[in-house]
Design a protein around this ligand. Structure first.
Ligand code: ATP
Length: 608
């Protein structure tokens, strides 16, 4: 994207966000750009009349001067307000676009790509202030250009070569600033991974998630050292550039001052010998100061804008990014599942650099049946389930829903037909009711806000209802330790933390709210539960699954024995497939693992 199209896009964004304030801002800028020139001309007219001893229209001119002063004062305030107003509205629109774009990102591969993550972070930073910086620079640029233009014309009437010299002296500054700001933007892009690591270490040190390990392992000092090393690296790069900036800008400022001083001497000498009038000297002084002031403002703003425009490219790329998954030109309607889901020679790897996670999986999950997936860590179980939800597309082969390739559907329609508990389920720092009601997005607000027999029924089924009811504010209790404002801080009822297993039950309850879905996916839904609770939940799940299509992943083979069929994954391939009875009978991997676990339990029983 070129600079020009970035500038146009920024202006279009501002116009879209706040047309009235934007128009007012442009008009006020034009007024305040011309006001200094008008003041200088009025001053010249007053001084020349005074020097010539004419007093005709003096009062009128003086009133004009006073009015110009008043206009400048009012416009300055108005500009400040309008700029802030445009800025607020632009921020809303640009952030809305950015988060709408991340929401559109239906696949996960792009979101996991570090280069994209950096771009997203820069786009996010930019969306907070970037568009406004660009806008201020462009409109401020217009204002400065009017001031400079007005004064240049003024200078030409007095002495054309003076106008040329003043302008020529400003050109290197403009060029140098543009060069520097390009370097600045390149540096920021280059520093992005450094800043990402800094952020990572800071989050680790202040967050709750790693608090236990950091303390037990004594990692605090190590992490602090690493964070500071990243910070020093970033600072060194910034310092190098700032020094360069200081040198270049310092020299240019000195050059400007020399030119202004020379001009002043010339004007005073010329006035002394009667070649120019007193009014001319006044205009000349105002012009030199005005041009230099406006140009240095323009240069500074252009520098910032150039930088912001380069960052804007990241914002634009992120907001224009497609879904990350190919979209069907005419998506087929997703039918209620009637026949079954088929993996047809599915090969998958997370990227070209990664090894194959699935290697030619052929598998049919018949409608109404439960399939259990078992296998060692890293065998590909979760990957298979992620392909079912179409978080990724197969690298080779296809996943078919009643014979239709998943890629032919609209992905959100497909997902509407699926309920799932993932291995890394979410704990939302919201109320208990909201945590469950999020399972049904269409009615989440109503479900959370009172009409909640369904929320409670889901909690009941997940065996967490009693715990939630007993919380200080029942289902309204925040499941968090974060406080939303100072007044809540001392209220012990504000937030509570649940245990790992309790959180897992809340996640299950959320999925139960989606229980009318065609396909239920349970990726280790009970790994955090105690043995008794696990047994109870699995019985409930088995009843719940009955007659429904489901995929269950579990390392506890006792939990999967009732599944209609069990598939054993080894290194991304289906190594065994059958009922518990047949697999135990064949004496393969499943039989061996089952025996191992059964032995464990029986020896525990003996020991107990
Ligand atoms: N997002 C990812 N990016 C790159 N590689 C991944 C990603 N997720 C998983 N993998 C790799 O894919 C392979 C299969 O992982 P998967 O999570 O499917 O295994 P699993 O059978 O569910 O294991 P576990 O029992 O540990 O949950 C592993 O080698 C893993 O390292």
């Amino acid at each position: 994207m070129s600079m020009r199209s970035g500038a146009v896009a920024s202006l279009a964004l501002a116009w879209r966000a706040a047309p009235a304030a934007f128009a007012g801002y442009v008009l006020a800028s034009i007024g305040s750009g011309l006001a200094p020139v008008a003041t200088a001309w009025l001053l010249k007219a007053v001084l020349d009349r005074l020097a010539a001893g004419q007093d005709g229209r003096l009062v009128l001119l003086a009133a004009g001067l006073a009015l110009a002063g008043l206009t400048v004062a009012v416009l300055t305030e108005l500009l400040r307000y309008l700029s802030a107003e445009v800025s607020r509205k632009v921020t809303v629109l640009s952030r809305d676009r950015l988060y709408a774009a991340t929401d559109r990102m239906t696949g996960l591969a792009k979101l996991e790509d570090p280069a994209y993550r950096d771009r997203l972070r820069m786009g996010e930073q930019h969306s907070q202030s970037g568009p406004v910086i660009i806008l201020d620079a462009l409109i401020g640029g217009l204002q400065s250009a009017l001031t400079v233009g007005g004064f240049v014309i003024t200078l030409i009437t007095i002495s054309p070569w003076m106008a040329v010299v003043v302008l020529a002296a400003s050109a290197p500054g403009l060029y140098a600033e543009l060069q520097l700001s390009r370097r600045r933007a390149e540096m920021m892009t280059g520093l992005s991974p450094t800043e990402r690591r800094q952020f990572f270490y800071s989050e680790l040190m202040t967050g709750l998630e790693a608090a236990k390990e950091i303390r037990l392992l004594g990692l605090g000092r190590l992490l602090r050292r690493r964070m500071l090393a990243e910070l020093h690296k970033a600072n060194a790069a910034k310092r190098r550039l700032d020094r360069r900036d200081l040198l270049v800008q310092g020299l240019l400022a000195a050059l400007g001052a020399v030119i202004a001083g020379g001009g002043l001497i010339w004007a005073i000498v010329a006035a002394g010998s009667g070649r120019v009038t007193l009014g001319d000297v006044a205009v000349f002084v105002a012009a030199v100061t005005g041009v230099q002031g406006a140009l240095s403002l323009l240069i500074g703003r252009l520098g910032m804008a150039h930088n912001a425009l380069l960052m804007f490219t990241h914002y634009q790329v992120v907001t224009e990014e497609t879904s990350g998954l190919p979209v069907a030109a005419e998506p087929a309607e997703v039918p209620a599942l009637r026949h079954g889901i088929e993996f047809r020679d599915v090969w998958f790897r997370y990227s070209d650099e990664h090894p194959w996670a699935l290697r030619g999986v052929d598998l049919f999950i018949p409608f109404g049946q439960s399939l259990a997936l078992v296998g060692q860590n890293g065998a590909g179980k979760s990957t298979l389930v992620k392909l079912l939800c179409r978080f990724y597309d197969p690298t080779k082969g296809a996943v078919l829903w009643d014979g239709v390739d998943l890629r032919d559907f609209d992905v959100s329609e497909l997902r509407r037909r699926i309920g799932a508990v993932f291995q890394d389920f979410m704990c939302y720092e919201l109320s208990a009711a909201e945590n469950i009601a999020f399972g049904e997005v269409d009615g989440a607000d109503e479900l959370a806000a009172g009409h909640r027999p369904r929320v409670e029924a889901a909690a009941e089924r997940a065996g967490i209802s009693e715990v939630l009811q007993a919380l200080p504010r029942g289902y309204e209790t925040m499941l968090s330790r974060m406080f939303f404002d100072q007044t809540d801080k001392d209220d012990p009822a504000t937030g509570v933390l649940l245990s790992g297993g309790q959180w897992q039950r809340v996640a299950l309850a959320r999925t139960f709210l989606r229980d009318r879905r065609d396909l239920l996916i349970l990726d280790e839904p009970t790994s955090g539960l105690d043995a008794e609770a696990e047994h109870e939940i699995h019985q409930g799940l088995a009843a719940h699954r009955a007659g429904r299509t489901s995929v269950l992943i579990s390392h506890r083979l006792g939990a999967v024995r009732d599944a209609d069929r069990i598939a054993v994954l080894v290194d991304g391939r289906i190594a065994e497939l059958g009922t518990h009875q047949t697999l135990v009978g064949t004496g393969g991997t499943y039989a061996r693992l089952f025996e191992l676990q059964a032995k464990g339990y029986s020896s525990e029983a003996v020991a107990g």
